[in-house]
Design a protein around this ligand. Structure first.
Ligand SMILES: NC(=O)c1ccc[n+]([C@@H]2O[C@H](COP(=O)([O-])OP(=O)(O)OC[C@H]3O[C@@H](n4cnc5c(N)ncnc54)[C@H](O)[C@@H]3O)[C@@H](O)[C@H]2O)c1
Length: 389
């Protein structure tokens, strides 16, 4: 079976779906790799490193799609809404496609992928189970985004992060608030602590309190309680507007005291909740920085504009998206490991064996034989349930 890795074509994307180090694992399981020439270059993996591990090179993209049984990408059509459509005519019936597909984004896009006849898997739909942990690309990318968000904030803030006692006086440490303590938020806390900041964090799931404290952060407790803060899959659930309103009132005082706010509160498939209003921004000291990791889904700050740097009342709001691509070497390494574990879970005797009893396969499978077969996606888009599953 041949696994194909095309170059990423989303503008500015620097990651690659497989790195040379995982090729021997795939080969051991009977899988060969064909790579579009130059696919790993921007991530720091030259072609020669892939061929040294036994991959073959294809001079152009079309050849990868034409030959591969399984195509691995970082941003497939769906998550690449700018240039991804160009891949549709290259896909072949029965071919397997694995990557970020943004399956709860636009139903027409998912339908187009289904119509191409591919068996597609979306890594965003990975269940939150212990067995799936090593395949969880969202967590890998979240880790990188959380880290990078703090570096961006430190680079933009006109203050130092650590406390310093110098001959020229004492420098007080920066105060950093992390809102939304998922994987990205936890890494943001850890990174800000390493830089010496005073870190506090808030999440509507009280269960994260201990995790925040174990990283040396202070957990902000508000006098409101969320109903069913997370779903069975471990993802955050949306709350009603009265909850969000009360939450914003209470958070206002906390936000006003911060030099840096990093927001990472995301609800899958939904617009991000507004946690920082424009009034809250106005109450922050000039020079403060907000990095909004939820920018792609509308942002947790009312003033966030995707991919833009907004300055209001002297406060800088960074709506960066795709931050994982800014650390392409390790983002690709982690992603490649996740994909390899995911793929090998479905391979038996060198062949793909889709075991629908396996929750990991069932949850991530999006399209097959021309149909959107994933019940969660069908329900999300109010499509009628399929008779045969
Ligand atoms: N395989 C596994 O077991 C596995 C894998 C990944 C994550 N997890 C766990 O799942 C949890 C969620 O992680 P994630 O990175 O996917 O999170 P996420 O990106 O889905 O959401 C980010 C965080 O924002 C919070 N949030 C949402 N709305 C909020 C609001 N209005 N106010 C404050 N906070 C809000 C959520 O509770 C969540 O903690 C974590 O506990 C994580 O450790 C488990």
């Amino acid at each position: 079976m041949l696994v194909g890795v095309p170059r990423e074509i989303f503008p500015g994307e620097r990651r690659v779906a497989l790195v040379p180090a995982v090729i021997p694992n795939l080969k051991k399981a009977g899988l060969d790799v064909i790579l579009e020439a130059g696919a790993g270059a921007d991530a720091g993996y030259p072609d020669a490193e892939y061929t040294a591990k036994g991959a073959t090179l294809a001079p152009d993209r079309a050849e990868v799609f034409a030959k591969a049984d399984v195509v691995l990408q970082v941003l497939c059509y769906g998550s690449n809404d700018e240039t991804g459509q160009a891949d549709l005519p290259l896909l072949r019936r029965g071919q397997v496609l694995i990557g970020f597909l943004r399956p709860l984004g636009d139903v027409h896009t998912v339908q187009e992928i289904a119509a191409a006849g591919v068996t597609s898997f979306s890594v965003e739909l990975m269940p939150r189970t212990t067995r799936a942990q090593s395949m969880d690309a969202l967590s890998s990318m979240g880790t990188i985004c959380g880290y990078k968000a703090v570096l961006l904030a430190a680079d933009t803030l006109p203050r130092l992060f650590p406390m310093l006692t110098t001959a020229a006086g004492t420098i007080t440490p920066a105060r950093v608030l992390v809102m939304g303590v998922g994987v990205a938020g936890l890494q943001a806390i850890a990174t800000a602590r390493r830089l010496g900041a005073l870190v506090s964090a808030y999440d509507l799931r009280p269960a994260v309190k201990e995790q925040v404290q174990s990283l040396g952060g202070r957990f902000v407790e508000l006098a409101i309680e969320a109903k069913d803060a997370q779903d069975a899959g471990g993802y955050a659930k949306a709350q009603d507007e009265s909850f969000y309103q009360r939450q914003r009132e209470l958070l206002g005082q906390v936000v006003a005291q911060q030099d840096v706010v990093i927001t990472a509160a995301v609800i899958p498939g939904k617009r991000s909740p507004i946690l920082v209003t424009k009034e809250m921004v106005a109450a922050m000291a000039p020079g403060s920085v907000i990095v909004d990791l939820a920018a792609e889904r509308g942002g947790n700050c009312e003033l966030t504009r995707m991919e833009e740097k907004v300055v209001e009342h002297g406060v800088t709001i960074l709506g960066s998206i795709n931050l994982a691509s800014a650390v392409p070497y390790h983002a690709s390494q982690m992603y490649a490991k996740n994909l390899t574990n995911f793929l090998l879970n479905m391979v038996k005797d060198g062949q793909l064996n889709l075991n629908m009893e396996d929750e990991i396969v069932r949850s991530t499978l999006v399209t097959r034989d021309g149909e959107i077969v994933n019940p969660r996606i069908r329900e999300f888009f109010s499509l009628p349930a399929l008779v045969t599953q």
